[in-house]
Design a protein around this ligand. Structure first.
Ligand code: ZN
Ligand code: ZN
Length: 169
């Protein structure tokens, strides 16, 4: 099983060049340039295929001797969000820190988040992907990425709500 997972990841590495190209396209629409600092942040963001926080990103940059100021990183994140290359998954439980994920990751999946406790379920669905592709095609779009975020109340929180209502009697 482990071998299979490694093979699957090796088959589709993150294409940092394509991410940089797309980010550059976006920056041009905002009359902004790809600075050295922006490039470093983008390269690091696309090395991470799973969820991360800004603290974790800063930690990784420090570990690679590419220390950038917190403020620099905080300025690039909104641009990445605006470009659609980055997606806000949720706030990490207990900590008030936003969790991000890049939208070009080969192991891209959809999310189901609890409104009350922020528990996150990740799911993949081939049929859903085909449907999204078909919808894009219907309007003449060529699908480049997709973000689907479903929000609701998880089973545990539903139980707590029922308990509270029962105790209120
Ligand atoms: Zn919950
Ligand atoms: Zn995720």
């Amino acid at each position: 099983m482990v071998t299979q997972a490694i093979l699957m990841e090796a088959k589709e590495p993150v294409d940092t060049e394509s991410a940089l190209e797309r980010f550059q396209e976006f920056l041009a629409t905002q009359n902004l340039r790809m600075t050295k600092e922006r490039r470093i942040v983008v390269e690091e963001v696309f090395q991470e295929q799973h969820h991360f926080t800004v603290s974790e990103l800063l930690e990784r940059l420090r570990g690679k001797d590419k220390a950038l100021g917190r403020s620099t990183v905080y300025r690039v994140i909104p641009l990445l969000l605006q470009s659609g290359l980055l997606f806000e998954v949720s706030v990490k439980g207990g900590r008030e820190e936003q969790v991000y994920e890049n939208t070009l990751s080969p192991r891209h999946h959809n999310h189901l988040t609890c409104d009350l406790c922020n528990a996150v379920i990740e799911f993949e669905d081939e049929g859903l992907y085909d449907l999204q592709k078909a919808i894009a095609g219907r309007y003449g779009y060529k699908l480049r990425r997709h973000v689907l975020h479903l929000r609701g109340i998880c089973p545990k929180c539903q139980e707590k709500i029922i308990d509270r209502e029962v105790n209120a009697w």
